[in-house]
Write a protein of this length. Structure first.
Length: 290
């Protein structure tokens, strides 16, 4: 079977390193944010100085020690450089490459070109944070090694098959239920005043056509059409990251993979359709691409 590897989150808990080393045959690389003084990231608003939350090292020495441990374990890591209007400098490239970075996840083509010119051997991953549309099918991805696809391509076999020319570059996220266009923005940027409540606000639960979740057992449907998978969840506690990774590595869904109320609603909706219908999305976003 043509099983693909995973991009996996690192939450600055050293306990994850031996875990990922144990499952290294499944891991392509770890992804992590830059040091807090170098650039903001998509989790900056919820980053914490308290271990066990969305932790960020409080000094460079601590940050660099994590990267050294990852490298010493024989694992690769890439750095999230996702601010669209921030041009990565040579000094920043020098700094992270000297720390052992295998590449960068970027949000604009200019940074991709800069990184490839700096060192063509570095991995460059395209992070497309908006919904894809028909125009994206003609986009030039030549400077990218991987392209992270979001809704509607995330679980849409009929749309992904249109991208056969770059199929080895395509990365999809099977463990996300919602997507970045959800009007309930706190799903992606929760806070103490506005906590994450998927059951109350998420349109992916109210309308299964908007759901992105792929069950671990069903990854085999996608293996021949993608280059790999990304498991999101840098903000999760270590125990949950391990459970999620183990489920998708082994392709076996444990009872606790989704919250009980979400799983119940998802199964209730899935019972009304076949797997072929669920994994071939028929929303207007996909129809516009077909």
């Amino acid at each position: 079977m043509n099983k693909k590897k995973f991009e996996v989150p690192y939450n600055f808990d050293e306990e994850l390193i031996p875990f990922y080393k144990e499952y290294s045959n499944y891991v392509n690389f770890l992804f992590l944010p830059p040091y807090k003084d170098d650039l903001i990231n998509t989790r900056t608003i919820i980053q914490s100085a308290d271990k066990g939350d969305c932790y960020m090292p409080q000094c460079r020495y601590e940050y660099e020690s994590h990267l050294k441990e990852i490298k010493d374990a024989g694992l690769r890591f890439v750095v999230l450089w996702q601010v669209k209007d921030n041009v990565i400098s040579k000094s920043m490239l020098d700094y992270y490459v000297n720390l052992g970075a295998a590449g960068f996840i970027v949000a604009n083509d200019d940074n991709a070109k800069i990184i490839k010119k700096y060192d063509d051997g570095l991995l460059v991953i395209c992070s497309i944070v908006q919904r894809l549309c028909a125009g994206m099918l003609a986009k030039d991805f030549s400077n990218y090694d991987y392209v992270v696809m979001y809704y509607p391509f995330n679980r849409s076999l009929n749309a992904i098959k249109l991208l056969k020319e770059i199929k080895e570059k395509i990365v999809i996220m099977p463990n996300t239920v919602c997507h970045t266009d959800c009007p309930a923005i706190h799903h992606w940027f929760p806070s103490k005043d506005r906590p994450f409540n998927q059951d109350r606000d998420c349109m992916a639960i109210k309308n299964i056509d908007r759901c992105c979740f792929i069950y671990p057992e069903h990854l085999s449907l996608f293996d021949d059409f993608v280059g790999g998978y990304k498991l999101q969840g840098r903000e999760y506690p270590t125990s949950i990251i391990k459970d999620v990774c183990r489920a998708f590595f082994t392709r076996k869904t444990p009872p606790s993979l989704l919250e009980a109320n979400i799983e119940e609603k998802l199964q209730e909706n899935l019972c009304k359709m076949t797997l072929e219908e669920y994994y071939n999305v028929k929303t207007s976003d996909v129809v516009a691409c077909l």
